[in-house]
Design a protein around this ligand. Structure first.
Ligand SMILES: [Zn+2]
Length: 90
């Protein structure tokens, strides 16, 4: 059963509730009784908030580009490659 995270729009109180997927979302804050909004939590398996997603994506893209450029330079220069970590270096 997934755990959903809620945040109160009035008092900013955060709490979690285990609910079935088909269960209706909670609408009231347990503290003040005002409206709450449901947050996307890690328990749901989908993470869109935070900078981690972008950092990972950027790192992965940069790695692919550097690996690609190394391959190009290696195939062009058959004798030696200046890239550190290249099997043809030295
Ligand atoms: Zn509240």
């Amino acid at each position: 059963m997934p755990t959903y995270e809620y945040e109160c729009l009035k008092c900013s109180h955060k709490f979690e509730a285990s609910q079935g997927i088909t269960a209706p979302p909670l609408k009231k804050c347990p503290l003040c009784g005002k409206a709450v909004k449901r947050l996307i939590s890690a328990g749901a398996g989908i993470i869109f908030k935070g900078s981690g997603f972008y950092a990972t994506d950027y790192r992965s893209k940069g790695y692919q580009e550097s690996a690609k450029s190394e391959n190009v330079s290696c195939s062009a220069a058959t004798k030696a490659c200046s890239s550190s970590g290249c099997p043809k270096a030295k």
